[in-house]
Structure formats: structure tokens, C-alpha cells
Write a protein that binds this ligand. Structure first.
Ligand code: SMG
Ligand code: MG
Length: 383
């Protein structure tokens, strides 16, 4: 087994302005605060990304908690250690409860280093984690996520633009007051597109009859309608809907998937590696879905090229059967901090999985310096 010795870990804080801000039921993201982990092992450098937001809107983690936990608890546990698998690194970090986004940033850098040490692409290393009989893919099916807009006409205009770019699956963010009418307008303009909705926990079980009105729009799925940490009430909602429920926020590890399936709380799983604590647990979630034949896709957190390369690698696994929230670089950042940019293959709505060793993209240190210089303009409270 190839081992790496972690010599140093340095955090970089970058403020990344989004090309197109994303409004969800929990708030507006216009500039993403990103904490990057640069991990050195001998001559090699591995990179990881922390996706925690500025505030605790999507999950309880924030850029403040992530920096605190990384600096004072996680990094000291890893520096100087020799590991031959991400699972070993996880065991070293296990004394820290929770904080999956912070852990995932470090684990991502470890996977990058392990893949480099083996001389393979990250996607190949992930494929080897559990026995899988089917091969991995070289390109993955992707869709695009569209935030809450001021008007339905504005939404229709963005959908038009995204379809013209070649995206074959459209996801719309919804919230109470911005749901049935929106879906009806979009369906009447586009009767055949692959369409799904994401509520980011904006409803309660009392809204079940209202949510059932969405059934007539032939939606691919309805993502996380109820509580951000709930599985039980989703199991009460799913039988009242024809539309498949997909759980996002509520899934923190493979056993949450097992529980959700046992309770029939959903029919589809959204897997975000940072939400489950990193790529190792992400492989475990993938394995459950692969074995059980449960439809699975990879969610996005507006990652830079570092996190996106890692998400593409896991999206290449054979159990990922639905389009993932992995859009082209130009939908997020101009420029991004990695090269080359990810481009959409418009003929089949796919993006190529990086084939180089490690994460397979080149991190641009000069751009990190530029975006780090903008941190104080946007996030002065988080020095
Ligand atoms: O990375 O393309 C992307 C964003 C996809 O809509 C997206 N993610 O709940 O699934 C989700 C949201 C969370 C984004 S908040 C940063
Ligand atoms: Mg979601």
C-alpha cells in the first residue's frame, strides 16, 4: 500500500464572486467564502475545499466554525502522521464530533495525495474503494440549478438560456409562494424537459396536500421538502405524493440512507461528499445505493474547480444514475482557481471526468492570491 506522510497543512481563504448568484429558500449566495486546504507530503501537494457557507443556512457549519475546528482540532491531529488510506485519516479525526465540511476539506487533500502517490486519477481510486462490478464512466451526466428569480418570466428566460447551452436537466429552487404556479408555467412552456424542484427544507408536513399539487407536472423529483435533519416526516409525506422525494440535507452517512430506505422516506438520494464528511463516507453511501439499486446523483455546493473535480470523480462511479448538480465552470466562476475549465458537452449534457493523476486539475496559485486579497472586502468579520 502506498503511504503518505503529511508534512504541513496550510489554509487559504478566498472570496469567490459567482457569475450568477443563487437564491434559495434559505438565502442568497453572491460571493462564496471558500477555505482551501493545501496539504504537503514530501514533494507532493494535495488540495481540498471546505464548502461551509457564510452563515448556518444550509447546515450548521459556517466559515467561522470550519476555520476554528480545522485550525485547533483537525489539522493538529493530521500533521506528522503517515496514512495509507483516507479511512485511516478519518480514524485520526474521529475524536471530533460532527463538522463534516471541515473534515471533508482535509480528506479531499488526502485523497488527492494518495491518488498522486499511486499515479492514478482520483476517480480510479474511488472506484477501488468497494468492490464494484460495473466500470466507472469517463463523462458524467449533469444538470443545472436555477435559483429563485424575481418573476416567472425571468425564470423562463434563464431556463431558455440553459437549454440552449445544452443542459439536459433543469432544477428550480422553490419555497412557499414560489412553487405550484412556477411549475405550471414552466411545464406549459416546456412540456418535455427533465425538470425537478428543490425546497431546501422550506415546508412542513402540513403542506402535504399543497405539495401533492406538484404531482401533475411530471417532475423527476422533489428535493428535501421538509426539515433539514428529518427522515421520519418525509416517510409520512412520500406516500402522499406520486413525485419521488429525494433527500439532500438529511443524509449524513450511509446509515441515514439505510434508514430512509427502510422507512420509505424517499426514492432518490442526493450525495454531497462534504455533507457526509468526505469522499470515504461518500463511497459508502454510493455502495448502499449501488447494491440496492437506488437512484443516486451528486449534489453541488457551488464548489471551485477543486471540489468540482472531486465531485466529478465520484459522479463517475456506476451507481450514480441520475444527472448531477455539476455545471460547467462558466456557470460559476470567471475565472475559477483551477485549469482547465470544465466544459459542457452539449450533445449529451455531460462533463468529462478529469483523467490526470490526483484531482486532475491545476491549481492556480496566483488566482488564489488574488481571491484571498478580496476576502476582507466581503467577509471582514472572519479574519
Ligand atoms: O453547485 O451547482 C451547484 C449548486 C447546486 O442547488 C445547488 N445546491 O441544496 O442542492 C442544494 C443547493 C445548495 C447550494 S447552497 C450553497
Ligand atoms: Mg438540495
Amino acid at each position: 500500500m502506498t503511504a503518505i506522510t503529511i508534512d504541513s497543512i496550510r489554509l487559504h481563504r478566498v472570496a469567490m464572486p459567482l457569475v450568477e448568484p443563487l437564491r434559495t429558500s434559505f438565502g442568497l449566495e453572491a460571493v462564496r467564502p471558500v477555505v482551501l486546504a493545501e496539504m504537503r507530503a514530501g514533494e507532493r501537494v494535495g488540495w481540498g475545499e471546505c464548502v461551509a457557507g457564510e452563515g448556518p443556512g444550509y447546515s450548521y457549519e459556517t466559515i467561522g466554525t470550519a476555520q476554528h475546528i480545522l485550525t485547533h482540532y483537525l489539522i493538529p491531529k493530521l500533521v506528522g502522521q503517515t496514512v495509507s488510506s483516507a479511512a485511516e485519516a478519518r480514524r485520526l479525526m474521529a475524536g471530533v464530533r460532527g463538522h463534516p465540511n471541515a473534515k471533508a476539506a482535509l480528506e479531499g487533500a488526502i485523497w488527492d495525495l494518495l491518488a498522486q502517490a499511486r499515479g492514478v486519477a482520483l476517480a480510479d481510486l474511488l472506484w477501488e474503494r468497494y468492490p464494484l462490478t460495473k466500470p466507472r464512466r469517463d463523462r458524467v451526466l449533469v444538470g443545472v440549478s436555477i435559483g429563485i428569480q424575481p418573476t416567472i418570466d425571468a425564470t423562463l428566460a434563464i431556463i431558455e438560456k440553459r437549454l440552449a447551452e445544452g443542459y439536459g436537466r433543469i432544477k428550480l429552487k422553490i419555497q412557499p409562494g414560489w412553487d405550484v404556479e412556477l411549475a405550471a408555467a414552466v411545464r406549459s412552456a416546456y412540456p418535455d424537459i427533465c425538470l425537478m424542484l428543490d425546497a431546501n427544507s422550506a415546508y412542513t408536513l402540513d403542506d402535504a396536500d399543497h405539495l401533492a399539487k406538484l404531482d401533475r407536472f411530471n417532475l423527476l423529483m422533489l428535493e428535501q421538502p421538509l426539515g433539514h435533519d428529518d427522515i421520519y416526516e418525509h416517510s409520512k409525506l412520500q406516500p402522499r405524493l406520486q413525485t419521488p422525494i429525494c433527500l439532500d440535507e438529511s443524509i449524513h452517512h450511509a446509515n441515514d440512507v439505510r434508514l430512509a430506505l427502510e422507512l420509505k422516506a424517499c426514492r432518490i438520494i442526493n450525495l454531497k461528499p462534504p455533507r457526509v464528511g468526505g469522499l470515504d463516507e461518500a463511497c459508502a453511501v454510493h455502495k448502499v445505493c449501488y447494491d440496492e439499486g437506488v437512484p443516486l446523483w451528486i449534489g453541488g455546493m457551488l464548489e471551485t474547480g477543486i471540489g468540482r473535480a472531486q465531485n466529478l470523480a465520484i459522479a463517475s462511479l456506476p451507481g450514480v444514475t441520475l444527472p448531477s448538480d455539476l455545471s460547467a465552470t462558466n456557470r460559476y466562476y470567471a475565472p475559477d482557481i483551477t485549469e482547465p475549465p470544465f466544459v459542457l458537452n452539449r450533445e449529451d449534457s455531460t462533463i468529462a471526468v478529469p483523467s490526470g493523476v490526483g484531482i486532475g486539475v491545476e491549481v492556480q496559485q496566483d488566482r488564489i492570491a488574488t481571491f484571498a486579497g478580496r476576502w476582507n472586502d466581503y467577509f471582514p468579520a472572519w479574519m
